[in-house]
Design a protein around this ligand. Structure first.
Ligand code: DGL
Length: 293
């Protein structure tokens, strides 16, 4: 993949601190099933949420260098926290690379809410970033916004606990104040959270709308590729290559649980390890062959 200079044949790069970006990958596979993808999960450093922005920025630079070395032609920062900390600097540092970033979906929420009350769930770094404050200034006028972090939720999802009593307790604690405040719309401002949408909806009941931004991110990815004439029109199932700086075995077990029956699962899948050497990510030998999840 990496020596091919035809951009239609080069992969899309996607990264997150862990498995959260799989919620975005799932939407991209559904919309663009012919695209090859290289996915980096920086599980050695998870969670990103409570970390300093400068540190997350350094991780994002290292991961981007690695993805570009794998031939990535476009990079999806499938992490709200990394987008908040690094998207601006990534675009400045790699001016020829198209980036798709995440932001809490306040714009759609503002048009969906009838009560004028919106809840946002995200990590501390996402809430403290300029990106979030700009969104609140632009789309929060006339709307009451309730925001909350969900301490421990990212870690629970990384352990595959998408329906456990502990995960329910974390979500209940985070959402009860916003539900008591009368929200009718909840924005998922962290890419891990879509994996607990069934639990969220059990807690909110059917009247509250939950906004998962992943389909919009997939459409934006398609738009950027189309604009450049970079869409792969080969109509063949392409390879998904996963790299983790954490434990490959754990990722191997989690992938089928989180990706479920999405169209990603029809592709050939490889999982390999990564190690950080200073600010650089280096691939370890692939410990697994091609898998089907
Ligand atoms: N999935 C990430 C996000 O969208 C980050 C979770 C974390 O590592 O704290 O914010």
């Amino acid at each position: 993949m990496k020596n091919n200079t035809d951009p239609t044949q080069q992969p899309i790069g996607i990264f997150d601190s862990g498995v959260g970006g799989l919620s975005v990958l799932r939407a991209i596979c559904d919309l663009l099933p012919d695209e090859a993808v290289v996915y980096v999960a920086d599980q050695a450093h998870i969670p990103y949420g409570p970390r300093q922005q400068s540190q997350i920025r350094d991780f994002s630079f290292g991961i981007t260098d690695f993805l570009l070395a794998q031939g990535a032609r476009l990079i999806v920062v499938a992490c709200n926290t990394a987008s908040a900390a690094a998207l601006h600097d990534l675009r400045a540092r790699y001016p020829n690379v198209p980036f798709v970033g995440m932001e809490p979906a306040l714009k759609p929420a503002a048009s969906v809410t009838k009560a004028g009350r919106v809840g946002v769930l995200a990590t501390p770094t996402t809430f403290s970033g300029d990106l979030y404050h700009t969104l609140v200034d632009r789309f929060g006028k006339g709307i009451t916004i309730f925001q909350n972090t969900c301490p421990g939720l990212v870690e629970a999802i990384e352990h595959g606990e998408v329906g456990s009593p502990g995960t329910r307790a974390i979500l209940t604690e985070a959402m009860v104040p916003m539900l008591d405040g009368g929200v009718d719309t909840i924005v998922l401002g962290c890419t891990h959270y879509p994996f607990v949408i069934p639990l969220i909806q059990e807690i909110t009941g059917p009247e509250v709308v939950t906004i998962d931004p992943a389909p919009a991110i997939a459409r934006q990815t398609q738009r950027l590729l189309e604009e450049r004439g970079w869409l792969n029109c080969d109509k063949q199932k392409n390879e998904l290559q996963f790299f983790t700086s954490g434990d490959e075995k754990t990722l191997e077990v989690l992938l089928p649980r989180l990706l479920g029956k999405s169209s990603c699962c029809q592709n050939a899948i490889k999982i390999s390890g990564l190690i950080w050497q200073g600010h650089q990510l280096v691939a370890t030998c692939a410990r697994q062959g091609t898998n089907q999840v």
